[in-house]
Design a protein around this ligand. Structure first.
Ligand code: TXA
Ligand code: MG
Length: 318
């Protein structure tokens, strides 16, 4: 609600980080790049600032946020740490892995961050701009992806501005995100549970844990409240596993296919495809309403995260 804000674009340099930190201190909303997607940051200790995230995105209040910290030491202030977390953090932080751990009762975080759950999702991002900003700010930053709820996640500053101009104080422009899909979310309860496939392949986690992961399924009790079926959706209809295109469709290709409007990776490289996924969905969204057919994508490595996002883009809209 309220009057539109004059959203500033900040440079990814010392002056920009200082300004961004000042805005966060004052309860402002600042979008910034991570290696996965752009996040919409607010001081995670400030109720009003966190409430404004939900308002700016149109996000349901029961969907909790990920807290971003500059290092493991700060993470331990907010969650109850254990040996397994230690091993995973040593192997994969900074990087595209979010750990869900018991919230410390003395965390001091706004209860809005966790939507009143007793667990907290937390990660140390790898992007140099995110790291510089977190270090400058020195506190916990709650940050969902910086897109209106239910829409495609942003992988560059222009995407953030297209969705949220007038609703946030600033965006730090740090160029394109290189992973291109959100972090992998791992629940560390009695058995480690994959809550969301993402930028860190499941295979890498399983190798580090020495076990196979249980996969959260849609329809399970609400352990990952954000896993709502329709999500990441462009305006146009999306059809998956298309081996040929129907009349009037645009093809989002993968591999060596004919007649693709855009191709995620002509060379069948899943890393490249993940990095291109949201860019291409944004481009297709901006260039018309004709339905989108998507080539089959293998369900391995980053392909799992890509297929997860595409299934949500193709799901019936509520
Ligand atoms: O790569 C990413 O993770 C990006 C960047 C900005 O860090 N962030 C991101 O945030 O994708 P968001 O809000 O779009 O997705 C967070 C997901 C949601 O599905 C939410 O339900 C889940 O994390 N989540 C948050 N806290 C949780 C908790 N305590 N237990 C289970 N799931 C949780
Ligand atoms: Mg999101």
């Amino acid at each position: 609600g309220g009057r539109p804000l004059d959203t500033q674009t900040l440079t990814a340099d010392k002056a920009g980080f200082a300004r961004a930190a000042t805005l966060l201190d004052a309860g402002g909303l600042v979008a910034f790049p991570t290696e996965t997607v752009y996040g919409l940051g607010a001081d995670a200790r400030n109720d009003l600032a966190v409430a404004r995230i939900f308002e700016a995105k149109g996000r349901p209040r029961f969907n909790p946020l990920i807290v971003h910290v500059p290092d493991v030491e700060l993470a331990k202030r907010y969650v109850i740490w254990d040996d397994e977390a230690d091993r995973l953090a040593a192997a994969f932080w900074p990087g595209p892995l979010t750990l869900v751990l018991p919230l410390r009762p003395d965390s001091g975080l706004s209860p809005l961050v966790t939507a009143d759950l007793q667990t907290l999702a937390i990660r140390v991002p790898a992007h140099p701009v995110a790291r510089a900003l977190l270090e400058r700010f020195g506190g916990p930053v709650a940050a969902p992806s910086a897109n209106p709820s239910g829409r495609i996640s942003p992988t560059k500053a222009a995407h953030v501005l297209a969705g949220l101009t007038g609703r946030i104080e600033a965006v730090v422009d740090g160029g394109d995100c290189d992973v291109g899909v959100e972090s992998t979310i791992l629940g560390l309860g009695e058995t480690p549970t994959l809550l969301r496939p993402g930028g860190l392949p499941q295979e890498a986690l399983e190798a580090a844990l020495g076990t196979t992961l249980t996969r959260y399924q849609d329809g399970d009790p609400l352990t990952a409240p954000g896993q709502m079926t329709s999500h990441y959706a462009p305006g146009a209809k999306v059809r998956l596993n298309a081996r040929e295109i129907d009349k009037g469709e645009r093809l989002l290709g993968f591999g060596n296919v004919q007649n693709a409007t855009l191709n995620l990776s002509p060379a069948c490289d899943l890393t490249e495809a993940a990095a291109n996924l949201f860019h291409h969905l944004h481009s297709l969204d901006q260039s018309g309403n004709a339905p989108i057919a998507v080539s089959p994508i293998p369900e391995t490595g980053l392909g799992r995260a890509i297929n997860d996002r595409l299934r949500r883009a193709a799901a019936p809209r509520s």
